[in-house]
Design a binder for this molecule. Sequence first.
Ligand code: HEC
Ligand code: HEC
Length: 190
Amino acid sequence: MKFFYYLLAVLILSSLAFAEKKNYDRDEARRISKVCAGCHGTDGAAPGHSIPTIGGQQNEYLYKTMVEFRDGKRAGTVMAKISQAYTDDKSQLVADYFSEQKWVNTKVKIDKKLVEAGKKLSKECVDCHGKNGKGEGANPRIAGQHPFYLELALKEYKEGKRGDVPEMDLVKNFDEKQIKALASYFASLK
Ligand code: HEC
Ligand code: HEC
């Protein structure tokens, strides 16, 4: 009888835990994420420059990105290789894990004049990335990301290096200076 109550308690407690958070293999995800930490930082908070922060990024975007690196739809210096080892399921696992981590804003100093100029150009961007730049679903978080990385990313869309992404076609209307300003503005948001 004692065992029965014990079992009942375990069942109730575990169903409560599942109700709160997505159910996936966190131990396996944590193990895999150690491979990523060397570059993306502990729990995905990157030290910056050309390596993006992925901890706290949108789940859907992370998954889509891993698959696109793997399938050659997005160019990557290192990710094109690393992603080869990731099946759809494994890509979803790392997306679940990193999207659950806390986002850490870049600590780099950002030019205030560029931030002001970028703000003026940002009206259309917030339609998809949100007023606070935190994104949703397939629209990535760009607030608090390293400005140099954001600039690189915007140039990739401008030059068509990220495949066919009609949502981001509008960057073709911006010159290099304006792109730098936009990157600075969104990097400065918290
Ligand atoms: C050797 C360094 C290195 C390792 C290890 C690494 N990454 Fe990356 N990652 C990068 C770089 C650099 C980029 C920028 C794209 C590029 O040049 O490949 C990137 C980009 C990404 C992006 C795109 C983020 C965005 O905002 O678009 C995702 C997602 C990502 N990595 C996930 C992972 C995961 C998950 C792992 C572990 C399985 C991992 N990376 C391991 C260096 C690394
Ligand atoms: C119609 C919706 C839409 C608009 C408007 C839009 N974006 Fe995006 N943006 C997206 C989507 C979707 C992605 C992810 C595309 C992909 O999978 O490569 C993205 C990706 C990005 C990325 C890459 C993030 C990363 O982690 O690599 C940056 C930077 C970015 N957008 C900045 C901007 C800026 C700045 C503007 C305004 C000039 C803007 N976006 C306007 C939808 C939009």
